[in-house]
Design a protein around this ligand. Structure first.
Ligand SMILES: *Cc1c(COP(=O)(O)O)cnc(C)c1O
Length: 424
């Protein structure tokens, strides 16, 4: 495998961009080696600057649920761009995209678009503080909600792989108002509520964890959270930046039948363009300016190109049978891998939901950050590089979700399983 062009670009990038990347998850710190640079993607495949082609399971970390360069998304984005990339004034695209979100996500009656998942969770938290007049928040170990100060505490994935539990430069006073409990541990949550009753503005959780690898919440645990928060007058925030429009059309809240007070969205709803959103009941969202006193703004929020691409994506996802098909593909991949690992007697567990999975080597069960951390990272690094040689591009960390798109055909999935066999 030739990677000289990637090498050259990486060296040039490293001189003028920190670490050569614009997001640390793109660096290969946890698997070793230098990141590849890409030129194009079509369907399930991506091509690097040296002309190597791979079956892609990063899919831009989730947004590309339809695969790369889906014709409907390309067309929508091109048409919107031709009409003017941004106005700083409302457009019809925003009304359509908002209508699709409200129509899909059970707990959302009103939605505000922002530019990233980070902004979505940051704003959701501010809304919770505004609505409750309280300051403290509770998050879970291994839960990532973007890089806002108050949320960069025990935040999984990129941070987990780098072995830093926290970030330098975080305002310690803000971080001090953030409490952390183990994922899937209701008893721990009950203890925290007993100690901090009527001081917690919100509990924020990924209802299907995606940033310590895929770790779905237990139904009882989520139901317990709903009950405890409601009893205390504390708001429940589902961060569905990954699970929204992926685990189901209505996200994890549809899967579990549990409605949060506020939902964060991102990734998938932009079809590959920068976007985020937060929403909830009309009553709650009326705290947001200009209706209410909670200020939140954005020069490029609801950008027409992102809204058009996002709406095109959501329209495709609304078609009948789409999620059955995505679940079937995910199942085929997970089952294929399980077969190979079992046959070759490799210790592993695979966590999966519709549209994403994580292979954890060397562990029997993963239900929280602690158990995820016990995975065999050395094994994953070797597997990652070997899969690359065999034409499969996996997320470069054992703490990430592998994203399956609707463009992954059975032949891609079977080739991936075969690549896994050769790699092992
Ligand atoms: C990716 C992610 C975010 C942050 O989104 P950005 O667009 O990267 O700012 C927030 N929450 C979750 C659950 C995510 O996976």
């Amino acid at each position: 495998m030739q990677t000289t062009n990637s090498q050259r670009l990486y060296e040039a990038a490293s001189e003028i961009i920190p670490g050569g990347v614009n997001s640390p998850a793109r660096a290969w710190g946890s698997v070793g080696g230098d990141p590849l640079f890409f030129t194009s993607g079509t369907g399930s495949k991506i091509t690097d600057v040296d002309g190597n082609t791979y079956i892609d399971y990063v899919c831009s970390w989730g947004p590309l649920i339809l695969g790369h360069s889906h014709p409907a998304v390309v067309e929508a984005a091109q048409a919107a761009t031709r009409s003017g990339a941004s106005f700083g004034a409302p457009t019809e695209y925003e009304v359509e995209a908002a209508g699709l979100v409200v129509g899909a996500v059970p707990s959302i009656e009103m939605v505000r678009f922002v530019n990233s998942g980070t902004e979505a969770s940051m704003s959701a938290m501010r809304l919770a503080r505004a609505a409750t007049d309280r300051d403290m928040i509770l998050k879970f170990d291994g839960g990532y909600h973007g890089h806002d100060d108050a949320l960069l505490v025990r935040a999984g994935s990129g941070l987990a792989s780098q072995g830093i539990a926290d970030s330098a430069g975080v305002n310690s006073k803000l971080a001090a108002d953030t409490l952390v409990a183990p994922y899937n541990d209701l008893a721990a949550v009950e203890k925290i509520f007993a100690a901090y009753r009527e001081r917690l503005a919100c509990v924020i959780i990924e209802p299907i964890g995606g940033n310590m690898g895929v770790v779905p919440a237990d139904r009882d645990f989520l139901q317990g959270l709903r009950r405890i928060t409601r009893d205390d007058g504390c708001l429940l925030i589902f961060d569905e930046v990954i699970s929204g429009f992926r685990a189901a059309y209505g996200g994890a809240q549809e899967v579990y039948g549990i409605e949060p007070d506020i939902t964060c969205l991102g990734k998938t709803i932009g079809g590959g363009f920068p976007v985020g959103a937060y929403g909830g009941s009309k009553e709650l969202m009326s705290h947001v300016a200009p209706l209410g006193a909670m200020y939140q703004a954005g020069t490029l929020s609801g950008n027409p190109v992102a809204m058009a691409a996002g709406a095109a994506t959501m329209r495709e996802l609304a078609k009948p049978g789409v999620y059955e098909e995505l679940a079937r593909k995910t199942e085929r991949l997970a089952d294929g891998l399980r077969g190979v690992f079992a046959e070759l007697e490799v210790p592993f567990t695979i966590n999966q939901v519709c549209g994403m999975l994580t292979v954890f080597f060397g562990v029997e069960e993963v239900t929280d950050m602690d158990s995820a951390s016990k995975n065999d990272r050395e094994m994953f690094s070797r597997f990652f590089h070997s899969m690359l040689e065999n034409g499969v591009y996996l997320p470069p960390s054992p703490f990430e979700a592998w994203f399956v798109s609707l463009a992954h055909g059975d032949e891609d999935i079977d080739a991936t399983v075969e690549a896994a066999r050769r790699s092992l």
